[in-house]
Design a protein around this ligand. Structure first.
Ligand code: 8YV
Length: 324
């Protein structure tokens, strides 16, 4: 018997075809975010729920779906899921690490370049037909080559960012909860520095930590005050890692140079000023948005849920303690 699976949003066709072959699949027919009640109604009788960042999955959903055996998140971050509640109910939660590393680092680096070289402003100027011609003093940006990139969080995506930085002759300093070995640091050409030193020394400060209660507003008012007045902050991690109101104050007062943001505290809504502040480049959570990456994410989520349904331990379980 094929396991019953509910998937909350449309994902790339090859993944849906694979799931249709191996499971009894129900797909949210409307491509929109479902309420908890709608998720419960859609997933009734299902063993697996394939969800994503816009689906908060809490105890209410778990308790209403007694047959639920696995929650497979489409994404590496899983802060949309109440993992403690799942663990208490012995439900494995899975994620999709690894396959989105390069795409997310690409967006982080794209935001770095776009913010440094004022691409958003330039695009708006040209499209508004207000460009009156070349001017030696027009839209002068920040040099990237030779600058210092500070990385807060140095897991897969942070390391992929460091790799890109080498091609631009950036000096890379990092802070991470766990320091790498000297051999690893040497291989990656990075230097470990305490958190506050990284914040103060960076020309570009890029955030690559997972979001949890320890990283809520990890970067706030006092950090913006400690940054170089020309520093640019890049966030492709999770919105609430950064205090968005404090960021807006720092950007408005030109206490820092700029920001490149892929993620926001209350997606899809931004702090009102961010819609107009010229020194912010804002894009709609595109980190993993390539066809290849989203397909790989879907396949990994599918493999995780199929493993659980077959009575095996899934390859990417975020609460392995349930297996004792
Ligand atoms: C996803 C992400 O697009 O994987 C993550 O953690 O932020 C993005 O790559 C999103 O989470 C989909 O659920």
């Amino acid at each position: 018997m094929k396991p019953k699976v509910f998937i909350t949003r449309e994902i790339p066709a090859p993944v849906l075809a694979f799931l249709r072959e191996h499971t009894e699949l129900t797909l949210n027919p409307d491509d929109r975010v479902l309420s908890a009640a709608e998720v419960i109604a859609g997933a009734r009788g299902c063993e697996a729920l394939l969800c994503n960042i816009t689906d908060p999955v809490g105890a209410e959903i778990m308790d209403a779906l007694p047959g639920l055996r696995v929650i497979a998140n489409f994404g590496v971050g899983f802060n949309n899921i109440d993992v403690a509640a799942a663990t208490a109910r012995k439900i494995p939660v899975t994620n999709t690490p690894g396959v989105l590393t390069e795409a997310t680092a690409d967006i982080a680096f794209a935001l770095l370049l776009a913010s440094a070289r004022r691409l958003g402003e330039g695009e708006r100027l040209v499209r508004s037909r207000a460009w009156t011609g070349w001017n030696p003093m027009q839209m002068l940006g920040a040099d990237v080559t030779g600058a210092t990139l500070g990385l807060i969080g140095f897991g897969r995506i942070g390391q992929a960012m460091a790799k890109r930085a080498r091609a631009f002759d950036l000096t890379v300093i990092y802070w991470n909860r766990t320091r790498l070995s000297p051999a690893e640091e040497q291989a990656l050409q990075v230097t470990y520095r305490p958190f506050d030193d990284v914040v103060a020394a960076a020309d570009f400060l890029s955030l690559h930590v997972a979001y949890n209660k320890d990283t809520h507003h990890l970067i706030g008012e006092k950090h913006f005050a400690a940054m170089k007045p020309t520093a640019i902050v890049i966030n492709t991690a999770r919105g609430p890692v950064l205090d968005e109101k404090a960021l807006v104050r720092a950007l408005s007062a030109k206490r820092i140079g700029g920001a490149g943001l892929d993620v926001f505290e209350r997606e899809p809504v931004l702090e009102p000023e961010l819609y107009t502040l010229p020194n912010a480049v804002v894009v709609p959570h595109l980190g993993s948005a390539t066809i290849g990456t989203r397909t790989k994410m879907g396949m990994l989520a599918a493999k995780n849920l199929l493993a659980v349904c077959a009575g095996q331990r899934p390859p990417n379980c975020v609460n392995p303690q349930i297996y004792g």
